[in-house]
Write a protein that binds this ligand. Structure first.
Ligand code: BG6
Length: 296
């Protein structure tokens, strides 16, 4: 659909706008009566910005992000599906590099601004992953940001999949930032040959490259960013696992679409089905929801 056609079908006065984003790629801008604002690209159904009422940006987006149809956007909230990390498919799957379709836009009965995007199997996905599916991403903006992923198995066999919201939080100083709520959770350290051990820390801090999978994490976590005097709260359901990732200095230098110093201003806390794939029976739907709050 052209940007004009998207605008005609999905813009809603005062709440949903459609515009040409970077490199002319279609971008939706959602606003809420509280003053909060979200920007999302159809490319990857990728949320790239979430601002509070005061205009304060809460998501990290790399200055080197390329905004090309064949590449994932670096920052914001990439959607990981149907594979987490490396494997037979492209890294983190194909959802983040796929062209999604707009499905619906409305103001909900409780006054939140909602946009629904969908991705379904097509020749390109079936070549990579031979399963008919419908993936629905619902973005709901109020004072909080609520994101829901629904996977419907349209095929006649079971599907095995992983899925995650790979959220890049904007952080003023990673060296002072902490994540709490993970104590006693089984932690898989991908930088130490996937060593599985119990997290002993009350709060997880950062002083080097970090790439940890928390299997079966509690549904409520807190990120504190004292340098910005900001707290993020993450509340999830249907998404058992969490990844905490920061590339630090050396890995940042190796990433072509990420600035050398940007590691100090971001932290990924990802929610989803990550540690072990989920098996979904024919005609069944899986739903995972993550709700983000930030103060300020
Ligand atoms: C994280 C992984 O989820 O994503 C890391 O745990 C990975 O290992 C990171 O480096 C970024 O992945 P990508 O494919 O976006 O460069």
């Amino acid at each position: 659909m052209t940007i004009d056609a998207l605008r005609a079908a999905f813009s809603r006065p005062g709440t949903v706008a459609v515009e040409a984003g970077r490199n002319g790629m279609p971008r939706f801008v959602l606003t809420h009566s509280s003053g909060s604002r979200v920007e999302v690209y159809l490319h990857g159904a990728h949320v790239v910005s979430w601002r509070g009422a005061a205009g304060n940006e809460r998501l990290f987006l790399s200055e080197r992000s390329q905004f090309q149809a064949t590449r994932p956007i670096r920052g914001g909230i990439p959607i990981v599906f149907p594979q987490f990390g490396g494997g037979p498919l492209p890294p983190h799957g194909f959802a983040r590099t796929s062209p999604w379709q707009a499905h619906a836009a409305r103001v909900t009965p409780d006054g939140e601004t909602e946009l629904v995007l969908q991705l379904r199997d097509a020749g390109t996905t079936l070549e990579l992953w031979p399963h008919p599916f419908l993936l629905t991403f619902t973005i709901r903006l109020g004072t909080a940001l609520t994101l829901a992923l629904d996977l419907h198995n349209r095929g006649s066999g079971h599907v095995r999949f992983q899925a995650a919201l790979h959220t890049y939080f904007a952080i003023a100083d990673i060296r002072q930032a902490t994540v709490s709520g993970l104590k006693a959770v089984t932690r898989v350290d991908t930088l130490r040959e996937n060593a599985r051990e119990k997290e002993e820390r009350e709060t997880v801090g950062f002083a080097g490259e970090t790439d940890l999978i928390y299997a079966g994490a509690p549904d409520r976590l807190t990120i504190r960013d004292p340098a910005a005097a900001r707290t993020f709260t993450i509340a999830k359901s249907g998404m058992p696992d969490v990844v905490v990732w920061n590339p630090w200095i050396e890995k940042a230098r190796r990433m072509p679409d990420f600035g050398d110093d940007e590691y100090a201003r971001m932290l990924c806390v990802e929610t989803g089905i990550i540690d072990a794939p989920m098996l979904l029976a024919p005609d069944q739907t899986w739903r995972g929801i993550t709700r983000f709050e930030a103060e300020p």
